[in-house]
Design a protein around this ligand. Sequence first.
Ligand code: PHE
Length: 345
Amino acid sequence: MLDKIKEIQQQIADFTIDNKEKLEQFRIAYVGRKGAMADLFDGLKNVIQEERRAVGAELNALKDLAQTKFNEFQTIIEASSDKSLEVEFDLTLPNIPNLNGSVHPLTLVRARIIEIFEKMGFNVSDGPEIESDFYNFTALNFPENHPAREMQDTFFIEKSNGEIKDDILLRTHTSNVQIRLMQNKKPPLRSIMPGRVYRNEAISARAHCLFHQVEGLYIDKNVGFKDLKDTLYHFAKEMFGKDTKVRYRPSYFPFTEPSAEIDITCLICKGKGCNVCKYTGWVEIAGSGMVDPNVLENCGIDSKEYTGFAFGMGIERITMLKYQIKDLRLFTENDVRFLRQFEGQ
Ligand code: PHE
């Protein structure tokens, strides 16, 4: 009997269980009620009384051995055949395109503007979007109650009690940074100031209540109108191509004197006339002028020693011209069909 137990013990140890079928065969042979174990337990009654106890203990140990091995392999095999862990591949399916994100066209153009001016020695300055009347208007030579303030429909900040504070506003242009820069740094100054600006205007294909500007400022000894002209001429050619024509139109801004608006030939209709250029063949890209001596003095700069020019342009306008976009609203609608066209630019 003990020999038989040894033999079965060896069989159990040698039995390889590497799949479900083998596991089942093992169960029937060594764990189930009708297998080798049952025969052995049956044979126990033939063992002489004195040895029965010892043989019984051996048999129980054998039974445990078989059961333990069975449990162990059952766990392993079940885990490896768990369907939920399996990934099913269907190699006939079309692949899912790996779409790259794209940089927003306004960000692209902003970066390009910065690049062009940086090459001419301008650095980049920043300033607040929520501004006081002083930096947005007064210091820029907008007299109080002057109609020039109406040129830019302003959003004033409402206090929590609903009262409008007319000295705190959303900046209507990036010219506020001009003032902060002149107050904080000594000339020579050569800087551009990109940023968001706000105007209380109805949203249409040509206007928005939120848009972006880049203001530029150059203050030094002997800066003249020719420097302004050359700088913006160079910018227009770099941005829109060598054949771009530029014209300067007299204009008015409270903070520059003389002032000029800068137009380029309409790139959408190539000068023939379209709704973007209002059928004139020209589109305005920037306002500019020589910094008014009053503004320099407001910022503590001696206007007898220093002169300077400033300009301001809308990033949306430049982007529309560069990429032939006819509706300003496309920039804020987040339509991926529009945005994807700028992939890889
Ligand atoms: N700040 C002006 C505007 O928003 C543009 C401008 C800037 C004009 C600097 C002249 C000089 O319209």
